[in-house]
Design a protein around this ligand. Sequence first.
Ligand code: BGC
Length: 812
Amino acid sequence: MEQKRYGHFDDQHREYVITDPQTPWPWINYLGNEDFFSLISNTAGGYSFYKDAKFRRITRYRYNNVPMDNGGRYFYIKDGDTVWNPGWKPCKTPLDFYECRHGMSYTRIMGRKNGVEASVLFFVPLKKWAEVQKLTLKNESKEVKQLKLFSFEEWCLWNAATDMENFQRNFSTGEVEIEGSTIYHKTEYRERRNHYAFYHVNAPIQGFDTDRETFVGLYNEFADPQAVMEGKPRNSHAHGWSPIASHYIEVTLQPGESKDFVFLLGYIENEQDEKFEAPQVINKKKAHALIAELDTTEKVDKAFAALCEYWDALLNIYKVKTGNDKLDRMVNIWNQYQCMVTFNFSRSASFFESGVGRGMGFRDSNQDLVGFVHQIPPRARQRIIDIASTQFPDGGCYHQYQPLTKRGNNDIGGGFNDDPCWLIFGTVAYIKETGDFSILDEMVPFDNQPGTEVTLFEHLKISMDHVIKNLGPHMLPLIGRADWNDCLNLNCFSWDPNESFQTTENVSEGTKAESLMIAGLFVVTGKDYVALCKKIGKADEAARMQQAVDAMIEAVKKHGWDGEWYLRAYDFYGRKIGSNECEEAKIFIESQGWCTMAEIGAEDGMVAKSLDSCKKYLECEHGMVLNNPAFTKYIYEYGEISSYPEGYKENAGIFCHNNPWVIIGECIAGRGNDAWSHYAKILPSYVEEKYQTLHKVEPYVNCQMVAGKDAFKPGEGKNSWLTGTAAWMWYTVSEFILGIKPDYDGIRIDPCLPETASDYTVCRKFREAEYEITIHPNGAQKGVRSITLDGQPVNGTVIPYSAGKHVVEVTM
Ligand code: BGC
């Protein structure tokens, strides 16, 4: 196995330090926390947008670029005849030193060449609609340095999809204004847009460029822009074609001297009647104000300190000390960080998601919430309301919605029958964390239509009912377009490569396609729903749903068991999927995960058998594959799943998202050794240590998929960052392995550990309380023997909630 390393963790600074710019794939980070966001690769590639990567793209990204992260915020330094960039790209001039530090919502890239050090700190200050790029140039040589500095950003046309499509119009609409050291981008501002962007530097400039062809030259590239190579800006003024923003600054540095430059990429919105200060001239008042807030090193340093404090506070809510660095750094830093990022972006913008395709997923966002709710509960609350507002009156829902408009995405529509259940999953997690039952009384519309509002609780009720009203011949849930596995399309029969599996056909007439995954999900969330109803005094509703849950359990036992594992589904014609009788794909992971979490048939040994079968048939060196054996041919009745080559994606890839389901099943069954060994296999810090070249994608976060045992390159990762894996890894380790579980009346303590686990401490802020919980496992995998709270014995496993600081001791 290849052992080359490109970087390492720096836990003290909560950074991943990349020491070689030529990583096997762009290793990226995210900037911004609420409205203004940027993606940034380790060589400063990437783009920025306001709220919505499709509708408010600020800087340009070219899809499927070569290399992938080409285009970004670039600083060109011309020192004599040498032109270089602090992040190595795009010139790729060999550097004397290179380092990229990805931290919590910031990235610092540093390069050294011929006695000059250039260090750039990139971040989006809290509550600001702008990306700061603080560039520090330092002369470490013994001579005076005369440098020519060029900045570079390329504007996008707000709607990123149009930007890539409609050149016949776009090449004529581009408009800019230049005022002092600020370049304004105002394309389409003259008509219906009330927003513009700007790129500013807090120093006088000696020139600029705003027209790309003039700056780069028709036959040159980002690696050798003509203006830079010749050391002469053209002072071009873009009219149409491709507007850019480039400042030119002449910098003299005495030996030992250093200078800061604060570059600011900002976004502004104006009221309709305040758009212009003169005919055709944009009103720059707000831009001036924003610039004034961040125009000195001191102001920027202060904003950066505030961002660091913000992360201190967020990461202080759940902190573990186990003595195992690899575990601690994932739990305390990176897993929680990735949860915030997936909460913000759902599956919209990454180096695997274009930002123009998917918005926020209904099921995805509910799951992401569970990884995030302890950090900023009010944002999770708002998210639940936003999601529920895209539901239809019959309980079905839009599969996705756009973050800017919060409207359901018509391109994909609804019909994914697992979607409604996830609303219960998200809401229950929120209430358990906060104790805020008032959310259930919020009035929430259907499909965002004013006048249709009912309480959120009513939304939960119709979500459950949607499953019950859509049962198939075995009294198991009908699958619809697909369940969690978007690619198991049992009602879509397609031989036409121009059709999308997920949106073309959904033959409902006569279908017998049922899902065991939804059955398990229904039992798990149904039990939660019943407990919630009891909690709020709705005994009748609790009893009604308990009956439905019991019936579902019976249906699974009767029609969903294959002897050694749970079936996966029934197809359109009522034939088994995921059965020993099948030629391929005899066993699937999703139903094993959900039915073991639901403990269906535990008393008859089904759970233990199912978990054993996962080990026997699904587990491999890199994790558990989704199905086994992999499909080797296209099965018309199954849809997209068998369209993938063996070992990739939903066809026997290690779809990391669902590994935690089985791990939780193991935890509930009390099999701590097995739970841990599955968990460690997909824990990024373990992969980081083992191999970086093979894994390819960022070693500090989980990716959606690692190629499975049947793949051409088992162990190779894809689709990093935006994956439900983040939330599920967090939920698994924080609540089921380390065993600290928020509950309505307090914190339930129920760890499930490998026998080798030593004592550990979790500091958990919970509502108005702060608990320091020390667990003494004593070699046990499961089972709490005794708990003391501030020295007093506790009955049972729930520490009753009370505000203030508490010390808890747990003996297993
Ligand atoms: C989607 C999820 C889906 C999963 C499995 C992901 O790309 O975002 O919603 O559950 O794939 O198909």
